[in-house]
Ligand binder design. Sequence first.
Ligand SMILES: *[C@@H]1O[C@H](CO)[C@@H](O)[C@H](O)[C@H]1NC(C)=O
Ligand SMILES: *[C@@H]1O[C@H](CO)[C@@H](O)[C@H](O)[C@H]1NC(C)=O
Length: 351
Amino acid sequence: MAISASTFLAVLSFFSLIFFAYSRDFSIVGYAEEDLVAEDRLIDLFESWLSKHGKAYDSFEEKMQRFEIFKDNLMHIDRVNRKNKSYWLGLNEFADMSHEEFKAKYLGTRPKRRDHGGAGHDAGNGFRYSNVVSIPKSVDWRRKGAVTAVKNQGQCGSCWAFSTVAAVEGINQIVTANLTSLSEQELVDCDDNNHGCNGGIIDYAYSFIVNNGGLHREEDYPYLMRENTCLQKKGDLEVVTISGYEDVPPNDESLLKALAHQPVAVAIEASGRDFQFYSGGVFTGPCSTDLDHGVTAVGYGSTKGMDYIIVRNSWGPKWGEKGYIRMKRNTGSREGLCGINMMASYPTKDA
Ligand SMILES: *[C@@H]1O[C@H](CO)[C@@H](O)[C@H](O)[C@H]1NC(C)=O
Ligand SMILES: *[C@@H]1O[C@H](CO)[C@@H](O)[C@H](O)[C@H]1NC(C)=O
């Protein structure tokens, strides 16, 4: 339905009065059917969403365009939530972005297949956890103090740096009992084997850290959300080092063995529309295994007979479960859900 600018404004002011006391929690969705057919209700939802997320547009035309996208996303969210899946979607801060736009801005990175002949320090030098025989039923490295607060990559394809750094912060805390937030920007700016905001390979990032003598603290080399000149002076202020890294054999059992000992960097396919709006629960797909996003697995567990891996994303704390997603494991495929088993790796650190 096309509405003119003046009609839009008139309707808007009218209904903002009527629905003044009308509020809802956008993170747990369960819309009444009537909300989704009446344009005025939709305008109200959009306005509430705009104020909740502090959004404003440059022009009325843009606002109208965003409203159309918002409605389309809302219908998708509603359709999925009505299926009573084990996960649900919500009108998060990405609700005014089309899926194409979202993918271009927040993914856009294509980690290549693993390359053992690369610049790796001890790549392919084995998997130290292969002989592990018993692991706990559940593990959550957040509870053990090995995980820093969720970060936000913004509109820069630097997920690979966030994924690597979280794994390094984890092993550093486990070995030294000191949780220190480290610099993604140093990797974005200085790791010439990777591509800054245009993607990167986690194993190359570990190699950079080894050869560089460590990473700066986050506060000494803060995140800019864009590529900048490398400001690092070798050895200067590099506070946290690693010894090397190892790749996890691509199967559920090996990933759990590694996860029982430390957070693990993983690559997944996150280009599905449901990933954009994931709000909570155990994610079961749909997704394929065309890896396009680096994240960090920080634990595993089970709920209501469903096994999952706890995955830390880098889209800020408002996305998903306070920045995390629980992804189903034991799917029966070797690759794991969204390919999570295919490119898992972790840093090593000698005590
Ligand atoms: C989903 O769950 C709700 C509430 O439990 C129920 O009313 C509805 O019929 C269910 N829908 C489907 C498609 O299973
Ligand atoms: C933890 O490590 C960082 C980086 O080396 C250091 O600045 C900080 O003082 C350490 N904290 C403690 C409590 O030792």
